[in-house]
Design a protein around this ligand. Sequence first.
Ligand SMILES: Cc1cc2nc3c(=O)[nH]c(=O)nc-3n(C[C@H](O)[C@H](O)[C@H](O)COP(=O)(O)OP(=O)(O)OC[C@H]3O[C@@H](n4cnc5c(N)ncnc54)[C@H](O)[C@@H]3O)c2cc1C
Length: 388
Amino acid sequence: MTQFVVVGAGLLGTSIAYRLVERGHSVTIVERDHPGAGTSGSSFAWTNSNEKSPYNYHLINALGMRAHRELENEFGARPWFHGGGAVEWRSNAHEAQELDDRVARLIGWNYAAEWISADRLHKLEPALAREASGDAKIAYFADEGWMDPGVYIEFFLGKARDLGAKLRRESVTGVELSGDKVTGVKTASGTTIGADVVVNCTGRWANDLGQDVRMTFPLAPTIGLLVVTAPAQSGVRRVVRTSAVNLRPDGAGRIMLHSEHDEQGFTLESSSDDTYPAAVAMIERASRIYPELAGARPEAMRLSHRAIPGDGVSAVGPVPEVSGYYAAVTHSGATLAPWLGQVVAAELAGDADNDALQDFRPARFFGRQIDTSASTRKAQHVSTTPDR
Ligand SMILES: Cc1cc2nc3c(=O)[nH]c(=O)nc-3n(C[C@H](O)[C@H](O)[C@H](O)COP(=O)(O)OP(=O)(O)OC[C@H]3O[C@@H](n4cnc5c(N)ncnc54)[C@H](O)[C@@H]3O)c2cc1C
């Protein structure tokens, strides 16, 4: 039986750990904080393959969406998931053109993207102000949704532990090697946890395990600011994206808001006093389209780093010069987690390498040739509708 140490109990670590232990492997998850304490706990968590390019990056995200759907067939319920699609319109000419181009591209890729009328928009979102979208064209992406990372992580971690996975709440401070072969990890308490394979699922902190430079690759994290309101009963039903603000329900009447324009200039050290004015401004802009949001109180402002490998797309796989080390680091992890859990566990268990991941191997950062046959493949249809 192969001994795996999975470092990090976020969306990726818990997904991969469960699928490994399900296959009969011995798994120890090492998490320095509480499960979900990293980026997964501060994510907009919109499940989509909407603004993803090139095609192969779009493809893996579409596979992630399908994997989310399949979890319902597998477990009978998926209380972390909220469907209903996403609506989007753009009020400035440049962004409207980009949306036009994007919808055309997505339709060409057989993605569920369509233009809808203002009447249909108001049927989907009855609480919207009548004039909310103005003259803008309205796009609808029916298969998209959002997920609650905390609920997902608790579910998969619980399942993994039921099957025998161990959770250790310690900080990994080193990856142990014998020659070029990983033998385990060292933790802050000075303990060594032996392993045949170490799976690094620490996201934005993937280079901070005290490991040999051969197990690091460039990361380009960007700062994100999310605002959560106090319960507001605003009537927001699904993911809504506009030039002014993006928003979605966050459970129990709360709304989560995000706007790329409002996150510049903050650091992880910024205090809630620093972010409060941006939060109030976001809510004010949102209340122009959802009047019931007027005066809603920002209950939380969350700053976190997106886990983005140096060239902007996922880094999933082994590194060339060390055996027994596997990294799974990506943005879009809320979308990708259930699919990555399955394909990474299958690869680690010795199944054939997954073709769809060939463009996303960490080896590319080490000047290694990668198989590019996948990038020239014709766009293939990935059904994101339920299989049952
Ligand atoms: C603002 C924002 C919005 C986003 N919106 C979306 C979206 O709409 N859709 C989408 O799909 N994705 C989105 N993402 C991205 C998504 O949230 C991430 O890709 C995903 O959460 C990454 O999960 P992870 O498990 O890889 O990492 P993390 O959740 O960061 O987990 C890593 C874990 O490793 C632990 N750790 C770190 N170092 C050590 C160590 N030395 N020893 C032990 N444990 C350690 C941390 O405590 C943490 O719990 C967003 C991200 C941000 C920041």
